[in-house]
Design a protein around this ligand. Structure first.
Ligand code: ADP
Ligand code: ADP
Ligand code: MG
Length: 658
């Protein structure tokens, strides 16, 4: 076994790899960018080396600096995690040339699977069923449009170098093909530096079922059963599980056999995932699954497989890279119970899953799983850390295990209800809504489920009077004060007796909330709301008000109601309202990014929902649409680099006659 390894990644996956290394007595070296100097993965490593500035091109993608760091620290091997350099065969060549071991497959194996078109041709030859479509080299619009017509709509345009759902467009009608192709190519070029695409038949009632495989350097290959990742938004996984609901023995046998065949066809070594698309319109049928792609790395969702097999996949990766044979034979690998993983992201689900940034002023994970279940939190952040625009906005993965699917799902819901994040917009409530959706709970999931129910799943419940009253109490500063003789003593800047209590003004989604807080003594307060509601509340010494967790952070109060965090803006009366002038009728950038396309001009009359511009951020394109009918007064220039909150569009004043 190695005595020291370098982890060429950041965030939760770097921490995850280090945990196993530590358990195995292997020392760890972290690498970090300037943005990550004080991050968790640096703190957890035995040593850490700075590799450059925050942008990934200057740090985590700098293979040369990473290899130098490994040589300088005496690490013998490099674990790439996922993303970044994990599927880059030239990096593997450089690692090997430097006399180091790459913890992953060989460069030729990655090359064989790196481009989706070439991988499909290879799999076809090996006798693995592939999705019908066009995966040739020709890229002319007429050729591709002709192929799409031959294949038959709906079709899916995919970047051959794609990953993470980027550079992908579903097209339903020939009329939309050219524009969708241009969009897919733009996104692919920006994300992967390669704009070649393939075209696939869009599979009906698609389910994404993938098989975990492992190969060693002695010709061995096994599978570790399947994962179902059909709960997706914009082709990105949201909740994954193992085993796949409704899986039959015949289907499992066919899929795992095809997966092992695929791995053997390229002499695969290490951890890999064969992704299949399944047509579930007639249940799970062994003649209705097709190879989609192979991910030649550890997958984000590998923990669900660990939960149901009891195998540490990172340990296997290290053993195999060190030359050991596969630790178990196929018949020694068993499935037990059911596991889910939910990806907790800083994003605004109700605004098309826009990635968010911010400082995690308050962060609390579920302290324990329900009786009989197990929970595991995979994270790379702590309270106080920032979610920056530079990297993936994932905060944590909540992984649960139960004796069967209902037990595991109950554990997931319970975990989400005990997750508290304040300081950034998060998708906790959306994940919880999905976990309790009747179709999802019944295991009737396909990749379109979230899209069909998006509005309901992402709708945020309005806070009830109790939540508003608790927020008002916290805004008044009363929540943290221990019960005392002078009920106002704990409240900063409020020293006078006030017969009508303290007036609190807060904002929520543009609307003002006014409340009056009256101390009753003994940690009890009466709160009067402007809707005439009147509640009596009791504060505890545990930071909870009426048993609900509350987070106070600069300028805000967040009250947690199960998985929903209700955030109120508490204006600082001393701060100047300089925002007000630009706060009128304008559209602001929801996140930092590049204005890729501008579709309207000053003076244009636009309709509600009309696309005004395309913002590229986090390597994805986000369409910014008109919030209402109106006339554009000004619009940002194409090519502009904007920050969070930059005014993109202003609308002309509408007069009553016009
Ligand atoms: P898939 O590639 O099938 O979507 P995953 O959902 O496991 O598989 O991963 C999403 C994609 O985004 C992958 O290409 C992965 O390498 C990349 N990715 C995910 N998280 C990160 C991250 N934190 N940093 C860099 N890349 C990431
Ligand atoms: P990526 O590398 O971005 O992960 P994939 O080829 O794995 O790209 O596809 C991502 C997702 O897109 C799949 O999980 C699935 O939901 C959907 N998808 C891919 N191919 C098809 C298809 N032919 N028909 C229907 N959905 C598909
Ligand atoms: Mg994929």
């Amino acid at each position: 076994m190695f005595s020291k390894i370098l982890i060429a990644n950041r965030g939760e996956i770097a921490c995850r790899v280090m945990r196993t290394a530590r358990r195995m007595g292997v020392r760890t070296v972290a690498v970090y960018s300037d943005a990550d100097a004080r991050s968790l993965h640096v703190a957890e490593a035995d040593e850490a080396v700075r590799i450059g500035a925050a942008p990934v091109g200057e740090s985590y993608l700098r293979g040369d600096r990473i290899i130098q760091a490994a040589l300088d620290t005496g690490a013998e091997a490099i674990h790439p995690g996922y993303g970044f350099l994990s599927e880059n065969p030239s990096f593997v060549d450089q690692v090997t040339a430097a006399g180091l071991v790459f913890i992953g497959p060989s460069a030729p194996a990655i090359r064989a699977m790196g481009l989706k078109d070439a991988a499909k041709r290879l799999m076809e030859k090996a006798g693995v069923p592939v999705v019908p479509g066009y995966h040739g080299d020709g890229q002319a619009l007429v050729l591709l449009a002709g192929k799409a017509r031959e294949i038959g709509y709906p079709v899916l345009i995919k970047a051959r170098a794609g990953g993470g759902g980027k550079g992908m467009r579903r097209v339903d009608h020939a009329d939309d093909f050219a524009e969708a192709l241009a969009g897919a190519k733009r996104e692919a070029k920006a994300a992967f530096g390669d704009d070649a695409v393939l075209i696939e038949k869009y599979v009906e009632k698609p389910r994404h079922i993938e098989v975990q495989v492992f190969g060693d350097n002695h010709g061995g290959a096994v599978h570790l059963f399947e994962r179902d990742c059909s709960a997706q938004r914009r082709h990105q996984k949201v909740i994954e599980e193992a085993p796949a609901p409704g899986m039959t023995e015949a289907m499992r046998a066919a899929m795992t056999e095809a997966a092992v065949t695929a791995a053997k066809a390229i002499g695969y070594s290490g951890a890999g995932t064969i992704e299949f698309i399944v047509d579930a319109s007639d249940g799970l049928r062994p003649d209705r699954f097709w190879f989609m792609e192979m991910n030649t790395r550890l997958q984000v969702e590998h923990p669900v497989t660990e939960m149901v097999t009891g195998i540490d996949l990172v340990e296997w990766q290290l053993r195999i890279a060190a030359g050991e044979p596969l630790p178990r034979r196929q018949d020694e690998i068993r499935l037990s119970g059911h596991a889910f993983e939910a990806r907790l992201y800083a994003e605004d689900a109700s605004r098309g899953f826009l990635p968010a940034t911010g400082t995690l002023h308050h962060l609390a994970f579920p302290p324990r799983a329900p009786e009989g279940a197990a929970i595991r939190i995979e994270t790379g952040v702590r309270q106080g850390d920032a979610i920056s625009p530079y990297y993936d906005p994932m905060i944590a993965k909540l992984v649960v295990h139960g004796k069967d699917r209902p037990a595991a799902l109950a554990a997931l819901s319970s975990a989400l209800a005990q997750t508290e994040v304040a300081g950034s917009t998060v998708n906790t409530a959306f994940l919880a809504a999905l976990a309790t959706d009747p179709d999802f709970a019944a295991g009737d999931v396909d990749t379109g489920l979230i899209g069909r129910k998006q509005e309901a799943l992402t709708a945020l419940p309005a806070p009830d009077d109790a939540v508003i009253s608790i927020a008002a109490l916290a805004a008044a500063g009363a929540d943290a004060s221990p019960p005392s003789a002078d009920p106002w003593s704990g409240i900063a800047s409020y020293a006078h007796f006030h017969p009508v209590g303290r007036r609190v003004r807060m904002h929520r989604d543009g609307g003002a909330v006014i409340a009056r807080v009256l101390p009753q003594g003994g940690g009890r307060y009466a709160v009067h709301l402007d809707n005439d509601a009147r509640l009596e509340l009791r504060t505890g010494t545990d930071g909870l008000v009426e048993g609900r967790p509350v987070a106070r952070w600069p300028g805000h109060v967040t009250v947690f109601d199960g998985p929903v965090g209700h955030t109120f803006v508490v204006p600082d009366p001393l701060a100047r309202a300089d925002e007000a002038t630009a706060g009128g009728d304008s559209l602001r950038a929801p996140m930092p990014g590049l204005v890729k396309i501008v579709r309207a001009a000053a003076g244009d009359r636009v309709e509600k929902g009309q696309a005004l511009l395309v913002l590229e951020a986090m390597k994805m394109e986000h369409t910014i649409s008109a919030p209402h009918d109106g006339t554009v007064a000004s619009i940002v220039a194409e090519g502009a680099q904007v920050t969070d909150g930059t005014v993109l569009v202003t609308f002309a004043e509408e007069n009553a006659s016009g």
